[in-house]
Design a protein around this ligand. Sequence first.
Ligand code: C2E
Ligand code: CA
Ligand code: CA
Ligand code: CA
Length: 270
Amino acid sequence: AKALGEGGFQRYRPGMEARANQRVRLAAELAAAVDEEQFVVHYQPVVTLPDGRLTGAEALVRWQHPVRGLLGPGEFVSAAEETGLIVPLGRYVLREATREAAGWDGGRTVAVNVSARQLQREDFPADVAAALRDSGLPAHRLTVEITESTAVGGGATQDTLRELRALGVRIALDDFGTGQSTLSLLASCPVDQIKLDRSFVPGPGPDAIAGAVLQLARALGIEAVAEGVETAHQARRLHELGYTLAQGYHFGRPEPAAGTRIRRAVTGLT
Ligand code: C2E
Ligand code: CA
Ligand code: CA
Ligand code: CA
């Protein structure tokens, strides 16, 4: 059998049906997992340079799969986006993360990743407002992280971003520098922060790009965070370039809330 029938775009190749079946099975499992809330949110610290003081964390979703164990977003987020299940899943992450962060002290912030499918929905700002209200988290302590591909959704998406900002929520542009038209996006979208993609952190990347991105953020009057900082040497270099905020394995891996420095700081068990 041909996977797409007569006149299909793809010719049949061995293994194609198996892969298609796998995708169907994954979609069905995901739907059940969303129903049963088989997801957990891990938190990765965001710290100041050079002293490593905790300022907040990024929420990163994991799937506690009943058979396959704990799965990272690379295994299921694109399937969730394709099937639209990212909408209820994203709502779950938003509610979990705001509830968790409301218990953190010192005004620490939480960042939540948001997909295009979520941002394109008219009721997304209302979902965010409800999560803030129900958790008691002040709006300025929530950052919504979008990528360039999330934001290139036309005017509706920009209206949504403006509505979010009107609520007092902050917007971060994630994976900064990896997109096709990052600069024009920055010119047209209201953002509060850019996250330098880890490929541009000195070490893998040249100092010049990390430095230029920081100057750009300064000129725009917005924050810059360096992502994927893995070594003390990288942290030092970023500090020398003027970065004051960083995230990466060098400072802490994503962990369940109970294991993070944030909770320990709150409960005094540091
Ligand atoms: P991201 O938003 O760019 O998140 C950063 C990713 O880099 C995370 O991977 C994190 O664990 C990893 N990372 C952090 N520090 C380091 C480091 O020092 N070195 C290296 N090599 N990697 C580091 P993770 O958790 O696997 O998430 C992958 C992507 O999945 C995220 O990339 C984000 O785009 C997406 N994602 C995660 N959670 C959600 C969610 O709740 N909703 C949506 N829509 N997407 C999510
Ligand atoms: Ca992110
Ligand atoms: Ca990123
Ligand atoms: Ca990403």
